[in-house]
Design a binder for this molecule. Structure first.
Ligand code: ADP
Length: 499
């Protein structure tokens, strides 16, 4: 560990956060986002298009009806509850669905409608009378593959006889058996086995190839090479599509290899800002004083929902207990710090006191996913392998969902755990510890992400920073200077000042 953790962590005699808690992997973060996403992310920016032929006319559509979809597919779109194409879909869909099978690289943040767009494209290329795979989609994890499959099954609900197979670990096929499914969704390793080793898919007959979450894909050892090997065996007339939430050099280098002669479309992320956010700080001697300040604020300000960020899982757990003692329903979202045993003990204790407790620890199974998959596979007549040692995604999702549903008004968490999560109705953000990076330097980006809002929220918000010494004070001033926005001192004995 670096020995330069937040001053508060030192004041409490805690070890720095590194090693304390493990950051969720990129796969995990992206999956969380996906599962938690209930509706489209609004984005006011314009879609940027880099065409292969700048002279060819561009079409964009404002309705799904303009796309000339077959009736069963249009019904599927209605079944999804979609009224109009999302911003990226307005531009992408006409090209994706055109007869000339345009290759495309599309980048936009998660939640902007990429999955729906490529699922529609795959479905539009399928002839259910032909009993072999015609669309192939690669995703970085089994969970994401299953998630995409759910969209395929919903949107393809009215396509008679449509069959989908999941090329994911644990799903067994016999060598040489020819798959009759129209769409294959899977992870690169298993799909590679299925195509080249077991030869149950004829890649040359695939009409459309989709690489989803390419940025997450290249972060995983082996996935890039496996994807390229699959890609090499596709026919030249296969439509190639790549989707990514980010747009940096490694992703683009990979994209250029697997998507020849592409149209590139991008929707830049809307910048978060600190406008309309009232920022304050309070000075406290130590952790207990911070807790008292928090209680004072709670006593005075009417608070909708609140997220509290701590530097370590240990502080988070400590604070959760204290707040519960003060009669608050608290959700706790931390990583590996709590062992299963401690967590269970804490949960029992809190429940015993009559509090609504949502709890998360880092070692449980994603039982729901496993059970779902087992059912699917049995239904398809496969021998079902047992899945073990999965991520803790299900538990994490349930904590966040409970909080979002208002079952708890407070979510106490650490930086690492909260990465990639935004909950719109949060009106108060408390930095119980000032955000710092691994070197103990103020982490401005993180600060902005915790507190800032994009234009879509519009509402005002309140941010309170807890400072416990010269070191954290200097970290906070650097943050203030960075954004050029005043962070005012707050006297918590006189908390009316906030309102
Ligand atoms: P991405 O793949 O970019 O993360 P998704 O395709 O998963 O985005 O879409 C995000 C959310 O928005 C999903 O809940 C999806 O059902 C919904 N959605 C997608 N397209 C539309 C649309 N045209 N109208 C309404 N909701 C949509």
């Amino acid at each position: 560990s670096s020995g330069s953790a937040a001053s508060s962590a030192e004041a409490n005699g805690e070890k720095p956060a590194d090693g304390d808690e493990k950051a969720p992997s990129p796969e995990e973060v992206s999956f969380l986002r996906k599962v938690l996403r209930e509706r489209l992310v609004q984005n006011k920016n314009e879609v940027e298009i880099m065409q292969k032929d700048p002279n060819s006319p561009l079409y964009s559509v404002k309705s799904f009806e303009e796309l000339n979809l077959p009736p069963d597919l249009l019904m599927g779109v209605y079944h999804m509850g979609f009224n109009a194409p999302s911003k990226i879909q307005e531009t992408a869909l006409p090209m994706l669905l055109a007869d000339d099978k345009t290759n495309m690289i599309a980048q936009s943040q998660s939640g902007t409608g990429k999955t729906a767009a490529f699922v529609l494209t795959m479905l539009s290329r399928i002839d259910t009378k032909k009993p072999y795979p015609q669309a192939l989609c690669l995703a970085p994890t089994m969970e994401l593959a299953l998630q995409i499959g759910q969209v395929v099954e919903q949107m393809g609900k009215y396509m008679e006889g449509l069959k989908v197979a999941y090329g994911v670990r644990g799903n067994k096929v016999a060598r040489g058996q020819k798959l009759g499914d129209h769409i294959i969704i899977g992870t690169p390793g298993t799909v590679l086995d299925w195509s080249l080793k077991l030869r149950v898919i004829d890649l040359r007959k695939v009409e459309v190839f989709v690489l989803d979450e390419a940025d997450v894909m290249i972060a995983t050892q082996g996935h890039q090479d496996q994807s390229i090997r699959i890609h090499k065996n596709l026919s030249r007339t296969c439509q190639m599509l790549l989707f990514s939430a980010t747009y940096d050099d490694p992703v683009m280098a990979f994209a250029q290899v697997v998507v020849p002669d592409p149209v590139i479309i991008r929707l830049r992320r809307e910048e978060e800002s600190l406008d309309n956010i009232k920022q304050y700080y309070v000075t406290c001697e130590n952790r207990d004083a911070k807790f008292r300040a928090l209680s004072n604020i709670y006593g005075v300000v009417s608070i909708g929902q609140c997220m509290i960020f701590c530097h370590t899982g240990k502080t988070a757990a400590w604070l959760a207990e204290k707040m519960k003692g003060g009669g608050h329903a608290v959700a706790l979202l931390t990583g590996e710090l709590l062992t299963r045993k401690t967590a269970a003990w804490l949960a029992e204790k809190m429940k015993g006191d009559g509090h609504a407790v949502a709890l998360l620890t880092g070692e449980l199974l994603t039982r729901k996913t496993a059970a779902w998959l087992a059912e699917k596979m049995k239904g398809d007549g496969h021998a079902v392998a047992l899945l073990t040692g999965e991520l803790l995604v299900e538990q994490r999702v349930s904590v966040i969902n409970r909080f979002r549903d208002g079952k708890e008004k407070v979510l106490i968490t650490t930086n690492l755990c909260a990465r990639g999560i935004d909950i719109e109705q949060v009106t108060l953000v408390v930095n119980f510890d000032i955000p710092v990076d691994q070197f103990g330097q103020p982490d401005c980006e993180n600060y902005l992400h915790r507190i800032g809002r994009t234009g879509r929220f519009g509402k005002t918000g309140l941010a309170i920073n807890m400072v416990d010494g010269p070191r954290s004070m200097s970290q906070l001033s650097k943050i203030q200077d960075h954004f050029g926005k005043k962070i005012a001192k707050l006297d918590t004995e006189d908390a009316e000042a906030i309102e």
